[in-house]
Write a protein that binds this ligand. Structure first.
Ligand code: SF4
Ligand code: SF4
Length: 388
């Protein structure tokens, strides 16, 4: 880790939790924690990526502030995640955007504006004309320009994620680690059903101490909406490249139905997450991550709103303008996805894979902690436990 103070503080709190173990059923962090006695920087980054900020441990903790132990795992692990995003970002200079939300917003908005103006310039006088029928979009903004944004910036986004994923995996898995197919399958199932966001029957204590399923529902809308939008883009590519059918497509067609469902779901999910974030308890929140969360929600929400507007206005003179703005917001989203909150998806999926692999094989790069449970009252503030 880059910040030695943060590494020390995270180690202190994790050591206290490892001795206490009161929260071991809350999430994937605690079972992974209990397999260790000491923590490398990679271990801390891994555990932080297993945490999904539900705050159950904070509200349950007898050592949370104002107790002198000041255990606040959600806040500390969120700070560790931001540190991880910064260190593994390529190019390194853009890693700062993870903790400087104003700069991140300016970069995303600047890219969106530049691409919108460029698309409008390419359209020229066709921008305000009515275009209908197959190929109407490409008569306003050329196909190659859309490919430049889609494949160019989209490819950049994927490259940044791939580099970050490889760096994180190398750091967090000291020594060789075998990942069996079954562990991969179980991790994929954990991801698809948003397993840990359920927080048990009652849900997570987020945005307030009262348990609810609201965050899981909003997160699910964004997650499945994104998958539907991806399926829509894929089906549109098949229509165009394999079947020779150019957009725009009829309302009752696979690309439009999937895209509309995904767009509406993501808009609803973004609004839900925004509302929950606004009303969430700030005591267990890490200040440096909040801005980045909002920037991502705005970028994703704007992209979907402009996408839906393009659908509604596609037979009017406003189609060209909305299409140019939509292309701009897509470009801004790609930059935000590469250098903003969205990258947590990479780390979280890899951490869940490692968690399942550890549970399956018992492999550990370090020594395995004894399973002894110590009496909570015997813990010292530095996390050490006197001999029993
Ligand atoms: S120290 Fe607090 S947060 Fe950690 S396991 Fe115990 S009760 Fe949970
Ligand atoms: S905040 Fe939730 S996910 Fe994170 S360590 Fe605590 S209980 Fe686990």
């Amino acid at each position: 880790m880059r910040d030695p103070d943060l590494a020390r503080e995270a180690t202190r709190q994790l050591t206290i939790c490892n001795a206490c173990r009161y929260c071991e059923g809350y999430c994937a962090v605690f079972p992974a924690l209990e397999l260790r006695q000491t923590f490398t920087g990679g271990d801390i980054a891994y555990l932080a990526s297993l945490c999904h900020d539900c705050r159950a441990c904070y509200y349950a903790c007898m050592y949370a502030p104002p107790h002198p132990f000041a255990v606040n795992l959600p806040r500390t692990l969120a700070a560790v995640r931001t540190d991880t995003y910064r260190r593994h970002t390529w190019p390194a200079v853009l890693g700062q955007l993870h903790s400087r939300s104003t700069a991140a917003a300016v970069v995303a908005a600047g890219v969106a504006l530049l691409v919108t103006l460029w698309a409008a310039w390419l359209a020229g006088e066709r921008l305000f004309q009515v275009h209908t029928g197959p190929g109407a979009f490409y008569r306003v903004i050329p196909h190659w320009a859309m490919l430049v944004v889609g494949l160019g910036l989209g490819g950049y986004w994927m490259a940044v994620w791939a580099i970050a994923g490889v760096r994180f995996w190398r750091e967090s898995t000291t020594g060789a680690m075998r990942v069996q197919a079954r562990a991969l399958g179980l991790a994929a199932w954990d991801v698809l059903r948003l397993r840990w966001l359920g927080g048990g029957d009652a849900g997570c204590p987020y945005p307030t101490e009262r348990p609810s399923q609201s965050r899981r529902i909003s997160h699910g809308l964004v997650f499945y909406g994104f998958l539907a939008a991806f399926a829509s883009t894929t089906s549109a590519a098949i229509y165009q490249e394999l079947l020779g059918r150019l957009p725009p497509y009829p309302v009752v067609s696979l690309p439009v139905l999937l895209g509309s469902a995904g767009g509406v779901a993501m808009i609803a999910g973004c609004l839900g997450l925004w509302q929950q974030k606004r009303h969430s308890d700030q005591a267990p929140a890490a200040a440096e991550t909040l801005g980045s969360d909002y920037v991502f929600l705005i970028a994703l929400g704007m992209t979907n709103v402009t996408g839906m507007l393009t659908l509604f206005l596609r037979q009017t003179p406003l189609m060209g303008v909305t299409l140019a703005v939509h292309l701009g917001t897509v470009a801004g989203l790609y930059v935000t996805a590469a250098h903003g909150k969205f990258i947590h998806a990479v780390y979280r999926v890899l951490a869940l894979v490692r968690s399942r692999a550890e549970q399956r094989t018992g492999h550990l790069p370090l020594e395995v902690a004894p399973a002894a449970r110590h009496h909570a009252g015997a813990i010292d503030p530095d996390g050490s436990v006197p001999p029993q």
